[in-house]
Design a binder for this molecule. Structure first.
Ligand code: FAD
Length: 309
């Protein structure tokens, strides 16, 4: 069995594996796709001390760093169930292929995925004007026109944030009213360079083959289609944690995030979690790495306090 078994190979999982392996304990990582969301990212400019890098480059660096240590990397392996420790003191992780991995501690770092609009042009222009993370990509649109799709808290927060950087923000909401907290809506409405459109169904992302040039939405009341000329579209219709397989096994928040305390401990003894799949307030690479390190140190702490049965 492992001492520490990490499930997920993104920034959180890589950091957890390195911190665990550096304690000289048996460490494994099982990941569906080593690298995680970073593989889908182009420019990264907020990974502190690295002025600029690209996602695939950072993903390779993550894997190379983990491989410097004695870590058993099981790539292309998906966890499908977690069994709490019984009398043997070992937590079980069932993989899609039927195998069961056993470990004295487990660190869950399965990340999250942005909900997509699923309209023509969205995939084609992803990273070419279609963006999901205002903290990451906002500055790329300085002085340009953007839309934010989604009028919940994250959409309205994104619109307020972007309004300070870009020339104009159009906020599109499907419902006939915004769903964000009143205080955020009030702030949004006070801004001079923001237009709010409700009852808007996004239909298509327009582009010139290279980058985004506009967006088409349908007015759900009048029924007619409208076209907005712009350079960027921020999709803010939900971040879905990859935790469906943990339902019933580990305590999840109403949004499906793994509930952790400030040491990364979950509701199950010996099971820790880190990164975008958890209740951690902000979802960023540097934050996920810090959380992965915290979880590994907590797992080590748990190990030295628990005797092997
Ligand atoms: P992830 O990176 O999501 O990794 C999750 C890992 O778990 C993957 O290896 C995945 O395959 C695996 N996994 C999932 N389910 C299972 C399962 N059941 N069994 C086994 N393995 C599983 N952040 C920044 O700081 N700066 C940026 O510029 C930036 N740009 C971004 C651009 C885009 C397009 C996107 C999508 C995100 C961006 N982010 C950026 C956010 C950043 O990528 C995430 O915050 C970060 O990757 C989270 O790390 P993580 O390790 O928690 O999860």
């Amino acid at each position: 069995p492992f001492d520490v078994l990490v499930i997920g190979g993104g920034p959180a999982g890589a950091a957890a594996a390195i911190y665990a392996a550096r304690k000289g304990i048996r460490t494994g990582v099982a990941a569906e796709r080593f690298g995680g969301q970073v593989l889908d990212t182009m420019a990264i400019e907020n990974f502190i001390s690295v002025k600029e890098t690209e996602g695939p480059k950072l993903a390779t660096a993550l894997e190379q760093h983990v491989r410097e240590y004695e870590v058993d990397i099981m790539n292309l392996q998906r966890g499908t169930a977690l069994t709490p420790a019984g009398d043997d003191g070992l937590v079980g992780i069932t993989l899609e292929n039927g195998a069961v991995l056993k470990s004295r501690t487990v660190i869950l770092s399965t990340g999250a995925r942005w909900r997509q609009m699923n309209v023509p042009g969205e995939d084609q222009y992803r990273n070419k004007g279609v963006a999901y993370c205002p903290h990451c990509d906002g500055p790329l649109f300085k002085g340009k026109r953007v839309a934010v799709v989604g009028g919940g808290n994250s959409g309205v927060e994104a619109a307020i944030d972007l309004a300070g950087l870009v020339s104009h923000v159009t906020l599109l909401e499907f419902d006939d009213k915004l769903r964000a907290d009143e205080v955020l809506q009030k702030k949004l409405r006070s801004l001079g360079n923001v237009t709010i459109i409700t009852s808007a169904l996004t239909q298509e992302v327009l582009g010139d083959g290279q980058k985004v040039t506009g967006l088409v939405y349908k007015d759900r009341i009048g029924g007619d289609a409208h076209r907005i000329e712009l350079e960027g579209i921020f999709v803010q219709i939900g971040l879905l944690p990859n935790t469906e397989w943990l339902k019933g096994a580990v305590a999840l928040s109403p949004r499906g995030e793994i509930v952790i305390d400030d040491r990364g401990q979950t509701s199950v003894p010996g099971v820790f979690a880190a990164g975008d799949c958890t209740t951690v307030p902000y979802k960023q690479i540097i934050i996920a790495m810090g959380a992965g390190s915290t979880a590994a140190l907590s797992a080590f702490d748990h190990l030295i306090r628990t005797s092997v049965p």
